[in-house]
Design a protein around this ligand. Structure first.
Ligand SMILES: *[C@@H]1O[C@H](CO)[C@@H](O)[C@H](O)[C@H]1NC(C)=O
Ligand SMILES: *[C@@H]1O[C@H](CO)[C@@H](O)[C@H](O)[C@H]1NC(C)=O
Ligand SMILES: *[C@@H]1O[C@H](CO)[C@@H](O)[C@H](O)[C@H]1NC(C)=O
Ligand SMILES: *[C@@H]1O[C@H](CO)[C@@H](O)[C@H](O)[C@H]1NC(C)=O
Ligand SMILES: *[C@@H]1O[C@H](CO)[C@@H](O)[C@H](O)[C@H]1NC(C)=O
Ligand SMILES: *[C@@H]1O[C@H](CO)[C@@H](O)[C@H](O)[C@H]1NC(C)=O
Ligand SMILES: *[C@@H]1O[C@H](CO)[C@@H](O)[C@H](O)[C@H]1NC(C)=O
Length: 212
């Protein structure tokens, strides 16, 4: 009996493990780039604060996840889908359709920044800092990730642009010609039937006068 129970427990444990390892992700993940080190270049020893390729290799990235760059204005964040741009460590010749500048850099050093970057395209995504004519990028501020499908894009990142805003039709626009009716306080913009009759009478008189 004891042996059977132990075997049964082992089988159940194996099944749970097998199921767990095949379970697709159930939530979107925010990945803090570089972990506690953040996204920084160490100007003193002329190299990135941590090895971002090693960091990226330790993570699994899915559509709808965010990369969170905890950094300051001494670095930039360039995202590209173009390997040539990535390898060149420069976005000077990059096209807007495959390269995104999240932070263009300014003369204001040491300004703390948190830059969230949503992962919206499957496959290889490349990131680098283009500061200092590419030296930061050449010296470790660059990494590549593979974005998997995971749960797919959440609606918040996958919505077509809303249709252009159109003013809702007036409640009486079906009966009257499209006149501009001034909104009056009290009746919420709705004209009373008496007012409409009066307006119609007024317009008819005007039309008659014009014809004469
Ligand atoms: C991930 O980051 C995004 C962008 O900053 C934020 O909207 C979202 O709430 C974060 N999600 C989690 C689980 O922290
Ligand atoms: C830069 O690297 C040097 C030498 O490893 C270290 O002493 C210093 O604390 C680092 N600076 C920052 C800002 O991480
Ligand atoms: C940093 O390294 C680059 C080579 O990648 C070199 O051109 C540059 O002079 C170095 N800067 C410093 C401050 O050592
Ligand atoms: C960073 O780590 C990768 C392995 O993940 C290694 O190939 C590479 O040489 C490392 N870079 C530096 C500058 O140490
Ligand atoms: C940012 O850049 C300025 C100017 O090069 C430098 O003085 C400062 O130490 C840098 N800060 C960090 C955290 O690297
Ligand atoms: C990639 O970017 C380079 C410039 O960095 C450009 O010449 C090339 O046409 C781009 N490739 C694609 C497939 O758009
Ligand atoms: C971006 O534009 C270039 C031409 O400028 C084109 O060759 C390339 O296919 C485009 N890439 C995307 C992702 O639309």
């Amino acid at each position: 009996m004891a042996g059977e129970t132990a075997a049964f427990t082992a089988v159940v444990a194996l099944l749970i493990t097998a199921v767990a390892s095949q379970t697709p992700p159930t939530a979107y993940t925010n990945h803090t780039v570089g972990g506690p080190a953040g996204w920084f270049f160490n100007a003193t020893n002329n190299i990135s604060t941590t090895n971002y390729s090693s960091w990226a290799a330790s993570q699994t990235f899915n559509l709808g996840d965010f990369l969170i760059f905890r950094t300051n204005s001494n670095q930039t964040v360039i995202q590209t889908y173009n390997f040539t741009t990535f390898k060149s460590c420069s976005s000077d010749d990059a096209s807007d359709n495959d390269t995104i500048h999240y932070y263009g850099g300014d003369s204001d050093f040491n300004k703390p920044l948190i830059i969230p970057v949503p992962l919206t395209i499957k496959g290889p995504n490349y990131f680098f800092s283009d500061v200092n004519d590419g030296v930061q990028c050449e010296r470790g501020m660059a990494f590549e990730i593979q974005v998997n499908t995971g749960l797919g894009l959440p609606p918040s990142l996958n919505q077509p642009p809303p249709p252009p805003y159109a003013t809702p039709p007036d409640s009486d626009s079906t009966q009257t010609p499209p006149l501009t009716i001034p909104q009056t306080k009290g009746n919420g913009g709705f004209k009373s039937v008496a007012n409409l009759r009066r307006d119609f009478f007024f317009m008819a008189v005007m039309a008659l006068l014009l014809l004469c």
